[in-house]
Design a protein. Structure first.
Length: 110
C-alpha cells in the first residue's frame, strides 16, 4: 500500500512534484538573475539599471539636473531610482518563485 499524503497524493508523486518544482525554481532564478530592471526618479531625470542579482549595472543622469548648489537633490533621486529598480528585481523573483511552487506549501520546506 502506498503512503498517502493529505490531499490524496502518494509519497512518490509528491517527491516527483517537489523535484519538478525545484527544477522550475532554479530555472526561474537564473532567468530573473539575468534580467535587467530599470527605474527612474525625478520624471526620468535619473535612471538606474540593476540585474536580478541586485547588482547596479548603470545610472543615467540628465545633464540639466546636475546642479552644484543642490547635490542633495541629485543624491536623493539616485537613491530613489536604485531602490525602485532593486524592488522590481525582488518582486520579479518573488513572483517567479510563487509561480514555480504552484500553490504548494510544505511547512519547514517553503
Amino acid at each position: 500500500m502506498k503512503a498517502r499524503i493529505p490531499g490524496g497524493m502518494d509519497k512518490g508523486g509528491m517527491i516527483k512534484r517537489i523535484q519538478q518544482m525545484q527544477e522550475d525554481m532554479e530555472r526561474i532564478q537564473a532567468e530573473v538573475e539575468e534580467s535587467v530592471f530599470t527605474a527612474s526618479a525625478g520624471g526620468g531625470a535619473v535612471e538606474a539599471e540593476v540585474n536580478g542579482k541586485h547588482e547596479l549595472l548603470g545610472i543615467r543622469i540628465q545633464p540639466d539636473v546636475v546642479d552644484a548648489d543642490d547635490v542633495e537633490m541629485l543624491q536623493d533621486m539616485i537613491l530613489v531610482a536604485v531602490n525602485e529598480a532593486i524592488r522590481k528585481a525582488s518582486e520579479a523573483m518573488d513572483k517567479g518563485m510563487e509561480a514555480a511552487k504552484g500553490g504548494l506549501s510544505i511547512p519547514g520546506l517553503f
